[in-house]
Design a protein around this ligand. Structure first.
Ligand SMILES: Cc1cc2nc3c(=O)[nH]c(=O)nc-3n(C[C@H](O)[C@H](O)[C@H](O)COP(=O)(O)O)c2cc1C
Length: 191
């Protein structure tokens, strides 16, 4: 089982730091899954404009292929202008609508204000619901107060929430293969 930890931004460091901690917690469950941290910052992005797939930057094609082939995701997104970064939405726009169907997802948001803790629930989750992901009931919102001056995540409550999220995610991940049809990508767009 291949799980991607997706850092949904091309700027900033905190979402990556949180994902490293989640990977540690996932590995501590001894679930035996394979994990890979993928940062959108490592790809060249072009606006999804309907061109043939092979005309997008090669690193973007590789990123999208990697996402489509994975079995589950931890997605960490900063809050930008009360929403998710455009680059993350652009990657979602590039995916086949069935690419993430019945695959487990846990969400993490990171923002500069506590007032935006529901952005993940109200904006990222509906997109994942469209894809019919198995979104875990646990998601975690982090704020700059939860990090020390070296950008290390130090808030005990947040760490405990991440650990619990990792535990629940593993159970959702085990459920995914039983639900997924063999011809997962055979049919095109649908409602
Ligand atoms: C363009 C931009 C817009 C932002 N908008 C918001 C916002 O609407 N709400 C919020 O809570 N934080 C906002 N922030 C703060 C980021 O969410 C926060 O700086 C980031 O998650 C922290 O990660 P970093 O220290 O690794 O950059 C914004 C930051 C940027 C760069």
């Amino acid at each position: 089982m291949k799980i991607l930890l997706v850092d949904g931004t091309v700027l900033g460091r905190k979402t990556g730091v949180v994902l490293e901690k989640v990977q540690q917690y996932l590995e501590e469950t001894k679930c035996g899954f394979e994990f890979e941290l993928v940062s959108l910052a490592d790809a060249e992005h072009a606006i999804v404009d309907g061109r043939p797939f092979d005309q997008y930057p090669e690193s973007m094609q590789q990123l999208v292929t990697k996402i489509q082939e994975a079995d589950g995701y931890i997605i960490a997104s900063p809050i930008f202008q009360g929403s998710i970064p455009g680059v993350l939405k652009n990657v979602f726009d590039m995916l086949h609508p069935k690419a993430m169907r019945y695959k487990p997802v846990s969400m993490i948001g990171n923002g500069g204000t506590y007032q935006h803790h529901l952005v993940i629930e109200n904006q990222l989750k509906p997109i994942l619901d469209y894809f019919r992901c198995l979104v875990t009931p646990n998601y975690v919102y982090t704020h700059r107060d939860h990090f020390n001056e070296n950008n290390e995540l130090v808030d005990e409550d947040v760490l405990a929430r991440l650990q619990e999220m990792a535990r629940v995610f593993v159970h959702y991940a085990e459920m995914g293969p039983k639900l997924r049809p063999q011809d997962a990508l055979d049919q095109g767009h649908e409602e």
